[in-house]
Design a protein around this ligand. Structure first.
Ligand code: C5P
Length: 228
């Protein structure tokens, strides 16, 4: 199977309160996006990497990786799901509808190659793809609108979804198109697949694979990256 990586990097990262979109903040002299990309550029099983960029992006072209032969860029959309869909369409135009794709947040720079290997392995045994996730160590509350607790969910059943999320290209594209048409909130790829009645496998990731979201996450990411 040919395996692509697809990095939606078209967000503006408003929660970071920074001048730059968060994927362009630097850790140890490299942007978060470059750290995330390097995990796929260096992985022998990944053939090509598609990056979805904001049409107004002014930072990408300044990066060293911008001319990397393994990378192809596409325009992002108004939402993460639309950015991913644009990337999938580009892959399909390369005759890749039957290939597999690993969608990974630009903002998760601490991915380790062992997790990528585990996901590829799980994809071989699953008809509906697989995602990295970790069992919740926290007890999870379902909230009412007035910020009181409605109820407690059974922790044994709670997993926190990460990326990469790994699917067959055509299957994922069809699911996202259907989900967008139905007006579903699609905050990750698996949710689009689930909405079509399929059941992706959960592969245990690591807690180091954080999504850099708020300012204090920068320091944590730099600690994990230093140890990789
Ligand atoms: O905002 P959030 O942290 O959920 O974004 C997850 C990923 O989706 C980020 O890498 C972000 O750049 C990307 N994104 C995108 N297109 C959008 C919104 C978010 O590619 N319109």
């Amino acid at each position: 199977t040919k395996i692509w990586a697809l990095i939606p990097a078209a967000g503006i990262g408003s929660r970071m309160k920074a001048e730059l979109p968060k994927q362009y903040l630097e850790i140890d002299g490299k942007t978060i996006l470059e750290h995330s990309l390097s995990k796929f550029l260096d992985h022998p099983s990944i053939e090509k990497v598609v990056v979805a960029l904001n049409p107004e992006d002014k930072h990408w072209s300044k990066l060293k990786v911008a001319n990397h032969p393994k990378i192809k860029t596409v325009e992002g959309g108004a939402t993460r799901a639309e950015s991913v869909l644009n990337g999938l369409k580009a892959i399909q135009q390369h005759d890749g509808a039957n290939d597999w794709v690993m969608v990974h947040d630009a903002a998760r720079p601490c991915l380790d190659s062992g997790s990528v290997d585990a996901l590829i392995q799980a994809g071989k045994d699953s008809e509906h793809g697989a995602i990295l996730a970790i069992p919740s160590v926290d007890t999870v509350k379902l909230a009412n609108a007035n910020q009181t607790i409605d109820k407690t969910l059974n922790r044994e059943q709670i997993w926190l979804a990460q990326t990469p999320q790994y699917f067959q290209v055509g299957q994922l594209a069809d699911a996202i198109v259907a989900g967008l048409k139905q007006g579903l909130p699609i905050t990750d790829e698996a949710s689009a697949i689930e909405a079509q009645g399929m059941h992706p496998a959960l592969v245990i990731g690591t807690r180091k694979n954080i999504k850099v979201t708020e300012p204090e996450d920068m320091m944590l990411a730099s600690v994990w990256l230093a140890g990789m």
